[in-house]
Design a protein around this ligand. Structure first.
Ligand code: HXC
Length: 260
């Protein structure tokens, strides 16, 4: 398929990392409907593609994404938002069963910050700037900014960011736990790909179980989450890859996972 708003490649030594580059430079990768539809479709394709172990989403050096497309939303009405279920398809990224890494250079504002937070791990370039400036436009975050951000950084910092629209830089974002690592701008994407390749050495089946278990921490009470984790852990004992992993350790050889 050909894309208008994104670039899609399979990268890494084994070509097992799906790289999505947001590519709408004139609008600083503002996330118009067409762009997010393309992202949802390629996530769907990468999820079905057994050769893809992990996905990286990135933008340009100037902007990961400057938010939802304000010009597209400007004349929207409440009834159209409701009847069209405005922005519901954005969730496809958060629902992906494979690991998704955001590699953020430049602006990640509004929907751009929300898109990054839908990913499993955020790596930032030194110039990254995160923010939820919706309040300055007379609206509020609509794709997780008021819900995922406090889970990443706690209430006080999330409130400050959401109520003022102030941006936070890469160092602050790392300190508050929004970002897991910072890299020089030019190295960022290759480091994110390396991370995808590293995760890709593990069993894809078990990786998806681990991802689901971590995500459950954000959906449940501790007791329910621990129960889910325990049963999922038990479930790994129904897989060949669990047997292979432990056998390889005992036999002092590398594991050869088969995704079964
Ligand atoms: C539409 C956008 C855009 C956006 C930038 N552009 N952000 N178009 N929607 N979110 C366009 C500009 O209109 C301009 O096009 C071009 O990109 C370059 O932007 P400039 O403003 O000239 O660049 P610069 O001066 O470098 O400033 C960069 C910036 C600024 C600080 C990132 O563009 C900015 O404040 N953008 C809006 C950020 C924002 O409010 N995001 C939240 C959106 S609401 P033209 O054609 O005019 O040259 C949101 C709601 C989410 O995300 C709800 C759920 C998803």
């Amino acid at each position: 398929p050909s894309y208008e708003f994104i670039k899609v490649e399979k990268v890494g030594e084994k070509k097992n990392v799906g790289l999505i580059t947001l590519n709408r430079p004139k609008a600083l990768n503002a996330l118009c409907n067409g762009l997010m539809t393309e992202v949802s479709n390629i996530i769907e394709d990468f999820e079905k593609d057994n050769s893809v172990a992990a996905i990286v989403i990135t933008g340009s050096e100037k902007a990961f994404a400057a938010g939802a497309d304000i010009k597209e939303m400007q004349n929207n009405t409440y009834s159209k938002c409701i009847s069209g279920n405005f922005l519901s398809h954005w969730n496809r990224v958060a629902d992906c069963t494979k690991p998704v890494i955001a590699a953020v250079n430049g602006y990640a504002l509004g929907g751009g910050c929300e898109l990054a937070m839908m990913c499993d791990i955020i790596y930032a370039g030194e110039t990254a700037k995160f923010g939820q400036p919706e309040i300055l436009l007379g609206t509020i975050p609509g794709a997780g900014g008021s819900q995922r951000l406090p889970r990443y950084v706690g209430k006080s910092k999330a409130m400050e960011i959401v109520l003022t629209g102030d941006q936070v830089n890469a160092v602050e974002a790392e300190k508050m736990g929004l970002v897991s690592k910072i890299f020089p701008v030019g190295e960022l994407v290759s480091r994110a790909i390396k991370l995808g390749e590293k995760i890709g050495k593990n069993s894809p089946l078990i990786v998806s179980m681990a991802k689901e278990s971590v995500n459950t921490a954000y959906e449940t009470t501790l007791a329910e989450g621990l129960h889910f984790e325990k049963r999922t852990f038990h479930g790994t004992f129904a897989t060949k890859d669990r047997m292979e992993g432990m056998t390889a350790f005992v036999e002092k050889r590398p594991a050869n996972f088969t995704n079964e």
